[in-house]
Write a protein that binds this ligand. Structure first.
Ligand SMILES: [Ca+2]
Length: 182
């Protein structure tokens, strides 16, 4: 039956079945194979100097390059020396829609699952939260040192698709890329 079949598809790909979703079938050929390194493929929103920017005009089909006003954001893709600067109270929310960040060793605290490639000025830092669905975030850890690794085990999560980084007044840091470790 058509409805049953559609329901199954939605269950398999819930992101593709939200109302007004622009997402379509993944096209993995444009990204590393599952199990390889993966990087931010969606900038959801960010703020600088208290001015929020939402990238709602730039949602692309899953596993295709982001388009629109945020399509050239410095944090997208692999480390390339181009960094997003967070000075003072700032926020950055990004997605891994093509390939999520997975807890690689659920029973171990010794296996990092993702890396924030960037620089943190001494004494500075930001709060890192993660989410499976982009709505419900849990605080995971603090980003306080250059090129820092994070472990989903500390948040008791199997996988996440969204990362939010929030700094407060006086903070000074920059983020080049975020990598989901293979
Ligand atoms: Ca970059």
């Amino acid at each position: 039956m058509r409805e049953g079949f559609g329901g199954t598809l939605c269950a398999l790909a819930t992101l593709a079945c939200t109302a007004q979703s622009p997402y379509v079938e993944p096209q993995p050929s444009r990204f590393p194979d599952a199990g390889g390194p993966a990087y931010v493929d969606l900038v959801v929103s960010y703020s600088q100097d208290g001015v929020p920017v939402t990238c709602t005009d730039s949602l692309a089909p899953v596993c295709q390059a982001q388009e629109g006003a945020c399509g050239d954001h410095a944090v997208l893709g692999a480390p390339d020396g181009q960094s997003f600067s967070m000075q003072g109270a700032s926020q950055l929310e990004v997605g891994f829609l093509c390939q999520p960040i997975v807890d690689r060793a659920p029973n171990s605290d010794l296996s990092p699952d993702f890396v924030i490639w960037g620089n943190v000025e001494s004494g500075s830092g930001a709060v890192v939260s993660v989410s499976e669905d982009g709505s419900n975030f849990v605080v995971l850890d603090s980003f306080v040192s250059d090129d820092q690794s994070f472990d989903l085990s500390s948040g008791d999560l199997e996988y996440v698709r969204f990362v939010r980084i929030a700094s407060q007044s006086g903070a000074a840091l920059s983020i080049d890329a975020i990598e989901a470790l293979p």
